[in-house]
Write a protein that binds this ligand. Structure first.
Ligand code: MF3
Ligand code: CO
Ligand code: CO
Length: 296
């Protein structure tokens, strides 16, 4: 083994946790859910940046705006409106609250919110499409407030739902609940995916594999990836201070999908209904706290 040169860690050194900040502006003497050692280990080994108490509070406030936005959307949704008008509502409400909609111009995404109807799994682009009675529609919002991101989505009924719509929305909601219930220090990312997959399959539904949950807070998408399928006890160990989304996309039919020519819209190959629910979850000493909490 090659001998490593010992470098003294000074106040002005780059912080070993990988934040890119000076040590004195970062881990030195900070109140964190876990010690500096864990921060350094998770940064080096997994590229995961754990959050401080102050970071968590900032994400919680961004989460509040995100949830209020979804409440406005829910009150507004009815047959006859366009998905573009949902975009306008989300965009204007986000700006009014001093935040920025993260989707706008993200990797070229042209709108401020994703709106995904029926067989659209995710990343639907708002446009002239008019909501019809019986549609299901997922609305995925991500405000950035003071540099912090919170990511949350729900699937709504338009008018009166049929039995298939009721089923896929119920099962998907239950899948998110089952995934979140696994979150505690010492559990693994694989435990989360396993619980989601088990519930989907029990109900003869399928789990989308191409899109996954993700670390969130300092950026829209951070490590780690949070798969919605997997095996118990596999994957990274959860520790306090981790913040990530769980956002299962569940199909009534087969899991296979294709992306439309717009480069974004993901659709089930068999055109079966697809639903999604998402929350931003913090790992705590006691288990978890949702930073975008709503009843499941
Ligand atoms: N909000 C989505 C997620 O949950 C990501 C949307 S990316 C966009 O990760 F560009 F389509 F907005
Ligand atoms: Co997300
Ligand atoms: Co999202």
């Amino acid at each position: 083994m090659k001998k490593k040169k010992a470098v003294r860690l000074g106040r002005n050194s780059s912080c070993p946790c990988g934040s890119g900040l000076k040590y004195k502006k970062c881990c030195l003497g900070k109140k964190r859910p876990v010690g500096v050692d864990a921060h350094i280990k998770y940064a080096k080994k997994h590229k995961i940046r754990l959050k401080t108490k102050a970071d968590i509070q900032a994400i919680r406030i961004a989460g509040k705006i995100a949830l209020e936005t979804l409440d406005r959307v829910e009150a507004y949704i009815r047959p006859g409106i366009t998905t573009d008008s949902i975009n306008t509502l989300v965009h204007d409400f986000t700006i009014k609250n001093g935040a920025t909609p993260a989707p706008l111009n993200y990797k070229g995404f042209p709108k401020s919110v994703c709106v995904s109807i029926n067989d659209v799994i995710c990343h639907g682009i708002p446009g002239p499409r008019i909501l019809q009675d019986g549609d299901i529609v997922n609305v995925d919002v991500t405000p950035i407030l003071n540099g912090y991101y919170a990511d949350v989505n729900k699937t709504f009924f338009v008018g009166n739902p049929g039995p298939e719509s009721l089923k896929i929305v119920r099962v998907t909601r239950e899948c998110l609940k089952a995934g979140i219930a696994m979150v505690r220090p010492g559990a693994t990312l694989g435990d989360i995916g396993w619980a989601i997959q088990r519930h989907a399959h029990k109900n003869k539904c399928s789990v989308v594999e191409e899109f996954v949950g993700h670390g969130v807070g300092f950026a829209f998408h951070e490590p780690p990836q949070v798969l919605h399928y997997g095996r118990r006890k596999e994957g990274i160990n959860l520790i306090p201070g981790m913040v990530f989304t769980i956002e299962p996309m569940i199909n009534l039919g087969k899991k296979d999908l294709h992306v439309l020519d717009d480069g974004w819209t993901a659709v089930t190959d068999d055109h079966s209904l697809s639903a999604q629910f998402e929350q931003t979850i913090l790992v705590t000493d006691a288990g978890y706290e949702s930073l975008t909490p709503f009843e499941l």
